[in-house]
Ligand binder design. Structure first.
Ligand code: R5P
Length: 290
């Protein structure tokens, strides 16, 4: 059985359909003071798959806590979390004394609740393997790069792929390898939540189609600044493709003002830009658990 919530219903139903298992949407009641009451189906099988992407994480982590504990009480023996976007992965060290290392804390929280955790392109900067952050029995990090490569192949002949920072090299490199396209990686300095400086790599952008590929679009500043720089170098047009379309308020408008042509994303986080469904990738990962 797959359990999900109303704000991730479309993607959850696609995954359940691909797995040929029933999908139930957990009933969530909001009390006036902000607390939740969740109601799960009572016919819980031995293995339950929760599908919930962890954008807007603070509420969703509480939902998962209540739902996972209830599923165990109702008889579930194995719980798998499919969270295409895994939250709190960027704060992986204490940058200043006293700061919480959120990656480790949230990773342990999820590993305590779930036997298996499956996610897509998690932001692992200073560690190599997801299980170092999420010490569950199985912690599976998938990549949307091959789906992105196929999507871009249908839209472009010979674009320049651009990663806005060094973490994005893994995705632009994988996509360019499979399509034999030129790629480059920018240097990024972040000086605030909404302030970044980007230096383009030494590539001739004049008259070229540029596709910027990144894992996360949050404030949109990383992409907006990169788009502007490419257009200053006379790129023909600039499109962006991201795995996780968080796009906080106003982010999309920043990209449009910067001159982007198309904004595309996977359906990891529900957004108007969603164009690449992840359910086939996720289905294979769930089937590989057994
Ligand atoms: C960080 O290194 C990530 O890969 C993204 O580049 C970053 O999270 C994007 O954030 P924003 O959209 O706020 O610039």
């Amino acid at each position: 059985m797959l359990l999900s919530f109303d704000n991730y219903e479309a993607q959850s139903r696609k995954l359940a359909g691909a797995l040929k298992i029933p999908c139930h949407i957990i009933n969530r009641h909001h009390f006036p003071d902000g607390e939740y009451k969740l109601t799960l189906p009572t016919n819980i099988p031995e293995h339950v798959i929760f599908c919930h992407s962890l954008d807007h994480p603070n509420e969703k982590l509480v939902e998962l806590l209540l739902a996972a504990k209830t599923a165990r009480e109702l008889g579930a023996k194995v719980l798998t979390l499919v969270a295409p976007y895994l939250c709190y992965m960027r704060q992986d060290i204490a940058f200043h004394p006293g700061e919480a290392i959120s990656q480790r804390i949230v990773g342990n929280f999820l590993a305590d609740l779930f036997d298996n955790v499956i996610t897509v392109d998690p932001h692992l900067h200073r560690i190599r393997h997801l299980e170092q952050a999420v010490p569950a029995t199985r912690a599976v990090a998938l990549s949307a790069a091959s789906l992105m490569a196929t999507f871009l192949r249908d839209h472009f002949e010979d674009p320049v792929l651009l990663g806005p920072d060094r973490e994005s090299k893994q995705w632009v490199c994988a996509i360019s390898k499979s399509n034999q396209w030129e790629y480059g990686v920018c240097k990024k300095i972040r000086t605030g939540d909404k302030k970044v400086e980007i230096t383009l790599p030494e590539i001739n952008f004049h008259g070229r189609s540029v596709v910027i590929v990144d894992d996360i679009a949050s404030s949109g500043q990383t992409l907006a600044v990169t788009i502007r720089q490419c257009l200053l170098k006379n790129a023909k047009h600039v499109d962006v493709l991201v795995t996780h379309a968080l796009f906080v308020n106003g982010a999309k408008e920043h990209l449009i003002q910067a001159g982007v042509r198309n904004i595309w994303s996977t359906d990891s986080v529900s957004h108007k830009s969603n164009i690449i469904p992840l359910y086939t990738l996720l289905k294979d990962a769930v089937l590989n658990l057994t």
